[in-house]
Structure formats: C-alpha cells, structure tokens
Design a protein around this ligand. Sequence first.
Ligand SMILES: Cc1cc2nc3c(=O)[nH]c(=O)nc-3n(C[C@H](O)[C@H](O)[C@H](O)COP(=O)(O)O)c2cc1C
Length: 425
Amino acid sequence: MQKSKFLNIVLASAVLVLAILLTIKENDSGKSANRVAVASENSTMAASDSSAIPFNKKSVGIKSYLYPQPAMVIGSYDKEGKPNMMTAAWIGICNSDPLSIAVSMRPATYSYGNVTDTKAFTVNIPSSQLAKYVGYAGTFSGRDVDKFKETGLTAVKAEFVNAPYIKEFPIVIECEVTAIHELGSHRQFIGKVIDVKADIAILDAKGNVDVNLLNPIIYAGGNFYETGRLIPKADRSMEKIDGKPFVADYSKRHENQTLEVIHNRKSVRNFTDQPVSKQQIETLLRAGMAAPTAVNRQPWVFYVVTLRKTLDALSEQLPYAKMLTQAQAAIVVCGDMEKAGNLKDEGYWVQDCAAATENILLAAESMGLGAVWTASYPYDDRTKVVIKELNLPENHIPLNVIPIGYPTGEDVPKNKWNAENIIWR
Ligand SMILES: Cc1cc2nc3c(=O)[nH]c(=O)nc-3n(C[C@H](O)[C@H](O)[C@H](O)COP(=O)(O)O)c2cc1C
C-alpha cells in the first residue's frame, strides 16, 4: 500500500472515531437533561424505590375522563302521555337525605322537554344483558321513533311519580324533580328518590341486591363493560396500608376475560364470613359438569357440604384443609365407580374428576369466589376421613375437598410461566 494512501485511511478513521465520541457525548448530555426534567416532574415519586414506574403525567386537555361512568336509562312521558326512554351517563347520587339523583340532559333531547314538563323521571338500571337497548335508547330520539314499540320493551306507569319505568330492567328508581340547575350545555335535574324497585331474581337471602346477579353496565371510553372480579372490600384492603411506595403494574392486560380468569386463579386459603348462596354453588357445579370425560362416562358425583359441624370435623382431620373452618361450603368431587364401569381400573375417573375440579376452581375465580384443591385420593388416611365424615358409599371415592367462600384478598396468583418447560420439536 502506498504511504499517502495509508495516511489517508488513518486520518479518516481518526475523524470517524472523533465524530462517534462527540455523538455519544451529545446523547448523554441530552439524556441527563431529560433525566433532570423527569426527576423534577416526578418530585412526588417514591425516592426510595428506583424500580417504580415513574408517574409521568401528561395533560390530555379538558375531557370527560371520569371513570367508571354509569349507563342508565331515563323514563319519562311526553305531553301526550307517550312513554320515552333515553340513555344517560351524566348521572349519579347527589344527596343522601333526601336521597336524590342528579341527571344532566341536553336541550336537544326529547326527554329534556318531557322531564321539564312532568317534573318526574325514572332511572332504570340495566344488567349487561340489556346493553343493546341502552345503546339504542342513547342513539335514537323519542321525537322520531317510539322506542318502546321498536325495542319491544314494556313501559309501566310508575307507582308514585308521573313517569314510566321499564319492566325488563332489574332495578327501577322513581324520582320527583326538586331542583333544576342550568349548567351550560346541559340542564341538571335533581330527582328526589320516591321509591326503588328491584327484581326478586337479583336479591340475596337478606333482601339486598346481589351485584354479581345484577351485573350492571360500566360505561368508559365509549364502551360498555361488565363488572369484574370482586376485589377485597375497602375495610379489608386497608389492613394492607403499609407506607411502602406504590408500584403501578400495567402489564396485565389479558386478551380476553377467559384468559384473565385463568391467570388470576389462585389457591384461596383465607375466607371472609360472607355467605355463599346455593345458586352460586350450583353455578360452580354446572361448570364442573361441563368438563370433558373419557367416552363421556361422567364418572362423578359431587357432595356439597354446608353443615358447619361437618366442615369443622373435616378441617380437624385433614392436614391440608384447615381453612375449612373459615369456608362457607365445600364441594367434594368423588369418582363414581359404577359410572366409571370397565374404565375404572384405567384411572380415567381421576383425570375426569380432575378436569371437573379445575373447571370449578376457574368458575369460582370468575365469580369473585375463592377455592382451593385439597387432595383426598390417593392418600388412604385422608380418603378414609372424608368417607367417614360424609358417610360415603363404597363406590364413591373422594378425589378432593374444595373449600368455597369469599376471599379476603390475602391470596394472590403465582406466575408459573417458564419457557424452559417447553420443548419445541
Ligand atoms: C352511553 C350514552 C350515554 C349518554 N348520556 C347522556 C347524558 O348523560 N345526557 C344527555 O343529554 N345525553 C346523553 N346521551 C345521548 C342521549 O341518550 C341521546 O341523545 C338520545 O337519543 C336522547 O333521546 P331522546 O331524544 O329520546 O330523549 C347518551 C348516549 C349514550 C349512548
């Protein structure tokens, strides 16, 4: 190589290295400037926890981001006494005594004129099954269509106020207008609650609304949602206030509700004293019996234990089922050897009952209940205890005992994903 050519290469390389060094330095100083900006923005971030997701707020403008919002349907009569319904999200309880509800309506809505004239309205609370009607009542105007006729829903004259309620909606609230506020785009009607009616089907044994059965609609971001899993009650979760920095986790956005339930299932060993209804147990058993079985033998029988004495006796004698003292009920999944027939000795009944058990555990999670698989079979000593306490016939072999109740929130799911467990071929 010529000497001059060699010198040129050396010179060019030196310039390149210098340029790279300068760029790195520039980026670094840019980064540190950013860091300073972020640090000053996040002055409220926990200083002690460097791994916490920074609570990096950004102004998104003046938007109606008040989540969750309700989606209710307002019933009213027009001047001719024709019933109308309109969806309202700008609605909520605004006073306790007298119990009052505030609902805001635009002058363009037909209901606005109706309620202004009649000084009465009903609030009809939909279950998620009624979502299509909620969408319809919020899209079409009673000025143009008869929404009751079009939907096939039934208008019933309210008992105490001059407004119709919707028969098919599980909760209806009769309101009498006591005040009107002009707010700008909307007129706010304050309605004193005169009466509340709820379908018997959604009431629990104490006569209170069972929110799981009501399954009201949650409106957020222009979409309708159903209520989700039960999370620990406010008073219980307060026990966990420990002064430690809160770390946000936005990573758990499952693709659908089924996957969410699967990933949230956990072995619940701590229960509250909230009762579990017979209907809820039946829902769990329906899920259990939906499991696949070898040649569709369904070689099972399910014992439901609710007697306190029996739950306590089982708890005392089963080493890993101590939580039965707190549980409201237990399901004992048994193999039925008569139904298992000639497949009995192949052990298929164990697989079939195991599939039913997992279905029960998942169903419990989906309903906000807690449950845990405590083994009986193949342990001779435990199996004998269950057979004795439940007085089981010879052909019923208990695979497990599943305590059921409402979780206290202490038990959490485990992340068991491990890519090393997979062998791709
Ligand atoms: C989910 C949802 C929520 C709504 N909330 C309100 C509300 O709070 N106030 C309002 O004036 N309009 C609201 N609307 C729009 C009215 O329901 C809509 O204009 C309807 O057609 C009016 O019916 P009407 O003319 O028969 O009274 C909402 C619509 C939807 C879909």
